[in-house]
Design a protein around this ligand. Structure first.
Ligand code: T46
Length: 384
């Protein structure tokens, strides 16, 4: 509820007010109907104290049970289910109050049953209508609005990439955020709950994940987006040359120290480390691609060319020639390593444990795999 209020204060309050108005209207209609049913002795005046109880209980249910959770982005079936829960809870609480006080003697049960029934119908109908109106009136953007989830390292690049492709990044969800409140006037959220509330109440269209291992999509956010019908898109770069932090010593006889940290400098948790040594110049290795494994390659000593092939565009070569340079490789790239200098050392940090089944070692299979993946991605994009 705190998040709802923080990210969509007025919209959230408007639903609370709407609910209370619906409840008053439902009671007026119910008491009129009761009179028309021939029970002329009954009047709204008698019913008034019950209505006050109903309003207080309704407010309590809304706040205590969070029944307006993500109301703005609930689909119709979910709306019906949640409204039914809200009305049922309110009814049970009212019944408990009436049972335990002498008020129970003065009220007409039929009016209360009728009022809650009418309230339920009004609640569903008006929630749907109010949502539609809010969406129509408050959404002025021509380009899609988005929440970007990334790490510190890829933040600016992620924003630039999305902006260039016509997406308006409204919010950033930074993993391992450094307690920043905003980036270039873009809102910043720091937890899955805040991210979900922001997407809902600020009516964002999409979620983009940039530069993160696919398996790091947070479970709760993923589930909430599914329920709100919001697509999570992974914006992939296939490879990236990184500058690794290196601390040189003033006195060269003490050498230099380089380091990197999992999830901060590279977007995946490290599950495996391996290195290739005792090499001759002009050694060729590799000739495979990975289906899941993300890697960081670096050459702390010597010089090694890494030739990359995505199966459709021109091959690219990245030369690793010192401790301060790393090559981040996402899955789905065919690679060949060529040792330019004997004794060069290749070190690899990997996101997965060793599993021969996730290697593609045949080039034709690789091309077929990439073609199929491209088709699936395009189909998924056109579904939205
Ligand atoms: C990569 C490049 C840069 C294991 O048993 N466990 C391991 O963790 C690894 C990496 C390899 N192996 C076995 C599998 C083969 O029987 O070691 C043997 C040599 O492996 P491979 O021919 O795959 O080596 P490279 O140099 O072609 O490739 C290696 C990595 O396998 C690969 O992931 O990206 O380095």
């Amino acid at each position: 509820m705190k998040n709802q209020l923080r990210y969509g204060k007025l919209k959230y309050i408007s639903f609370i007010v709407l609910d209370l108005l619906c409840l008053i209207a439902a009671n007026i209609i119910a008491s009129r109907l009761y009179v028309e049913m021939g029970r002329l002795r009954y009047s709204y005046r008698v019913h008034r104290s019950i209505v006050v109880y109903m309003l207080v209980i309704d407010l309590f249910v809304t706040l205590a049970f969070n029944t307006l959770n993500r109301v703005l982005r609930r689909r119709t079936v979910k709306e019906i289910v949640e409204s039914a829960k809200h009305v049922a809870l309110s009814f049970v609480l009212l019944a408990t109050v009436l049972f335990t006080t002498k008020l129970g003697a003065d009220y007409s049960r039929v009016t209360v049953y009728l009022a809650y029934l009418i309230y339920f119908v009004l609640l569903v109908g008006l929630h749907i209508a109010w949502k539609w109106l809010l969406m129509k009136c408050l959404k002025h953007n021509d380009c899609p609005t988005a929440l970007l989830m990334t790490t510190d390292k890829f933040l600016q690049e992620g924003i630039d990439t999305l902006t260039k492709s016509g997406v308006d990044v409204k919010t950033v969800f930074l993993l391992k955020a450094l307690n920043r409140e905003s980036v270039d006037a873009i809102r910043m959220v720091q937890s899955e709950d805040e991210a979900t509330a922001d997407i809902c109440w600020n009516m964002l269209d999409r979620v983009y994940i940039y530069g993160l291992d696919h398996q790091m999509i947070p479970y709760k956010l993923n589930k909430a987006c599914g329920e709100m019908g919001i697509k999570i898109d992974i914006v992939d770069f296939e490879y990236k040359v990184l500058e690794l932090k290196t601390i040189p010593n003033k006195d060269p006889k003490y050498g230099a120290l380089s380091f990197l940290e999992s999830k901060r400098d590279i977007p995946f948790p490290i599950r495996r480390v391996y290195w290739i040594t005792e090499t001759e110049a002009n050694l060729h290795r590799g000739f495979h691609a990975h289906k899941q494994n993300c890697q960081l390659l670096f050459c702390p000593y010597g010089k090694i060319d890494i030739i990359l092939d995505d199966g459709s565009s021109e091959k690219k070569t990245v030369t690793l020639d010192g401790p301060g340079k790393g090559l981040l490789l996402m899955p789905g790239l065919w690679r060949e390593m060529v040792w330019q200098q004997s004794g060069s050392v290749l070190c690899v940090l990997a996101s997965e444990y060793y599993d021969e089944a996730e290697y593609i070692r045949n080039y034709d299979e690789f091309i077929a795999y990439k073609t199929e993946k491209r088709c699936l991605d395009e189909a998924a994009r056109s579904e939205v």
